[in-house]
Design a protein around this ligand. Structure first.
Ligand SMILES: *[C@@H]1O[C@H](CO)[C@@H](O)[C@H](O)[C@H]1NC(C)=O
Length: 647
């Protein structure tokens, strides 16, 4: 019931993201034990292997089969993209499409190769967004093949060398696919093709560059944290606590002590959320305390289970977990891993995350009244800070499918829905009911990467309230200067923050209220008195602007530009604690009770990226790399959305 790593379930997960050439990122798994399964080796129990992929006849599980002839399961994604301006070329390309279809079925059956192919015709410039990457005139046939080792390679093959019969086409294609497979696929050619030779070759880098004559892709910039993740707790601040007052028992969470029990519960419940924790680590201890409070606080439906595995008493079960895994809650649906979060937040954070996991990555709105409710931000009976809605003419529309892929990659973070209206052009809008600018319409291309960028950027508040703390990486380890408004609402500041161009340049935050740690932060920034003031914090440079100065947003923008080149009002020392750290300490005390802790100076907070980060920076795909079942987002619901294949 638990899919072993590399098993078919991984394939199901990947299949649904076809057509999306940048999304493949499972290479190796560092954490097979997160699911409580044993390291790869001889099968140790009666546990059956995962579901066989469609078309797999199961012979590969036959232990009596001769060794050596059993290929490793493998996944390749390809795109056949072509321009066929005349009948002769059109005939050829439709033959290629058919041969690809045959090859795909055959390789799945006999070579354990999952080949996902998308066919894209580029006859008119409006056809498909990917056509824009290629010449708008002439005749061409490209096969883009991608696997997790080599990345994407573009092959070219011409009609005149390959049109002799379907066998030559087949051999040309198999030649290209073989270069992305652990062993040659020529052995799996059809009888008809066996004696033929096809001609295909990879494009050189120079040829690639000159394909469209346009400059390369601009980098995709995703916001790493969703609206629910703006005030996460900093593990380093938990590390220095004693934890002596923490309650470490739970009446509401189900305790799991063995793999057997674990399997049984995954079978019994539709949704399972589990924290593996250990009392030997301060961060994990605090995470467990929170998780047990979540268990006490929220009412989950009968098909949902919140559980924990105390690893200090089950070392075998938890073997191989890394430090970060002990603060990670993992989610399962129908026995399959669907996501995880290593973020540590308050009870509400976990509550929202659980709810988002159960809702799934995207919801269909079936009528106008549901649409209007969602627009108001009401999801599951509660008002949400931001929601994103796509309206599409049909579910077959490519733009919808790409929207769906984006939502799946961002699963667990955003409230996303769609509505089908035959008479509508594709449109995506984010609504934030409590903001000055309540509605943001999308105007870019409908490729998954751009859509993801839009969803992540349009969903977070224009001004982030950091009075009670903030997620470390939102303000630290990044390039943009931080603007902090001390005091109540200030119109020019709010208006400027609503502008996209300004938000690209600065991060807008505000601090209101009073407490000892806000006082410490103010002092450290050199803010005196209680007059409202705007602080421009550019790494260690502090500039102050009294709010009596700027008259309007444009004026404020000018002032900001001017002072950023003038002398700072104060220069922070990296030998002192960072002023904003005090706000995070306040938050930790608020949640776990006051402890007198030492706030350590940390010069890395001034750097552009975290030198000790255990996580790779978020990739263009939005996935976190590493092990697929430890992947946050992405995996969730992926198995339900797989209708993107155009074969
Ligand atoms: C809209 O759809 C929902 C869910 O399918 C349903 O409960 C509701 O009655 C429908 N409303 C209208 C006005 O048709």
């Amino acid at each position: 019931m638990i899919p072993f790593f590399g098993g078919p379930s991984v394939f199901n997960l990947i299949i649904s993201i076809v057509g999306c050439s940048f999304l493949i990122s499972y290479t190796e798994c560092h954490c097979p034990h997160m699911m409580g399964i044993k390291p790869p080796g001889p099968p140790s129990g009666p546990s059956p292997p995962g579901k066989l992929p469609d078309g797999d006849e199961g012979w590969d599980y036959d232990e009596t089969a001769a060794p050596g002839i059993v290929p490793e399961p493998h996944y390749i994604q390809s795109t056949y993209i072509y321009r066929s301006p005349n009948v002769q070329e059109k005939t050829f390309s439709s033959r290629v499409v058919n041969v690809l279809k045959d090859i795909r079925t055959r390789l799945a059956k006999s070579a354990r190769l999952t080949l996902e192919n998308e066919n894209i015709e580029c006859s008119s410039p409006t056809d498909h967004y990917r056509c824009q990457e290629y010449a708008a005139t002439g005749t061409w046939n490209y096969l883009i093949v991608e696997d997790q080792q080599k990345g994407a390679i573009t092959y070219t093959f011409d009609r005149k060398y390959n049109e002799k019969n379907d066998g030559t086409i087949e051999m040309a294609l198999l030649d290209a696919f073989s270069r992305h497979s652990p062993s040659s696929l020529i052995a799996f050619a059809s009888q008809e093709a066996e004696k033929e030779v096809g001609y295909i070759r990879a494009l050189t880098v120079q040829e690639m560059d000159s394909l469209s004559g346009k400059p390369g892709h601009r980098p995709i910039l995703l916001e790493k944290f969703g609206p629910n993740e703006l005030n996460l707790l900093e593990p380093a601040l938990l590390e220095v606590r004693t934890g002596s007052e923490l309650k470490l028992t739970s009446e509401s969470l189900k305790r799991i002590d063995s793999t057997k029990e674990f399997d049984k519960l995954l079978d019994e419940y539709k949704y399972v959320f589990i924290l593996f924790w250990t009392s030997n680590r301060m961060v994990s201890l605090h995470t467990f305390n929170l998780w047990s409070r979540v268990g006490d606080k929220i009412k989950v439906p009968g098909d949902t289970l919140l559980a924990h595995v105390p690893c200090h008493e089950n070392s075998e079960f938890c073997q191989g977990l890394s430090a970060e895994d002990y603060q990670t809650v993992v989610s399962y649906r129908n026995g399959q891993n669907t996501g995880k979060t290593e973020n540590i937040g308050d009870e509400e954070f976990y509550e929202n995350w659980i709810e988002l996991s159960i809702l799934g990555p995207i919801q269909k709105l079936s009528n106008e009244s549901e649409l209007s409710k969602f627009k108001k931000g009401i999801v599951n009976g509660k008002k949400r800070l931001s929601v994103t809605i796509g309206v599409f003419p049909s579910e077959q529309d490519t733009s919808f499918q790409h929207f769906q892929i984006s939502a799946e990659k961002l699963a667990g973070k955003y409230y996303t829905s769609y509505f089908i209206n035959e008479n509508s052009k594709p449109a995506i809008t984010t609504y934030r009911h409590s903001e000055k600018q309540k509605r943001t319409d999308y105007s870019g291309k409908f490729d998954p990467a751009s859509v993801m960028e839009f969803i992540t950027k349009s969903s977070i508040p224009s001004v982030i309230d950091i009075s009670t703390g903030f997620t470390t990486e939102i303000l630290f380890y990044q390039k943009r200067p931080i603007l902090i408004l001390f005091g109540e609402e200030f119109e020019p500041f709010l208006k400027l923050s609503a502008r996209q161009d300004a938000r690209k340049q600065y991060i807008f935050t505000k601090i209101s209220g009073e407490n000892k740690n806000i006082q410490k932060a103010k002092e450290a920034l050199g803010v005196v008195g209680n007059e409202p003031v705007i602080v421009l914090l550019n790494k260690d440079r502090v500039h102050l602007i009294p709010v009596s100065k700027p008259k309007c947003p444009d004026h404020l923008q000018k002032l900001l530009q001017m002072i950023s080149t003038s002398e700072a009002d104060k220069v922070l020392s990296t030998k002192d604690p960072h002023p904003l750290r005090f706000l995070q300490v306040e938050r930790v005390n608020e949640i776990f009770g006051f402890e007198e802790t030492i706030v350590l100076p940390d010069h890395t907070l001034f750097m552009d990226s975290d030198p000790f980060s255990r996580h790779p920076a978020i990739s263009e795909s939005g996935g976190s790399g590493g092990c697929p079942f430890m992947q946050g987002g992405g995996a969730g619901g992926a198995t339900e959305g797989g209708h993107h294949s155009e074969l």
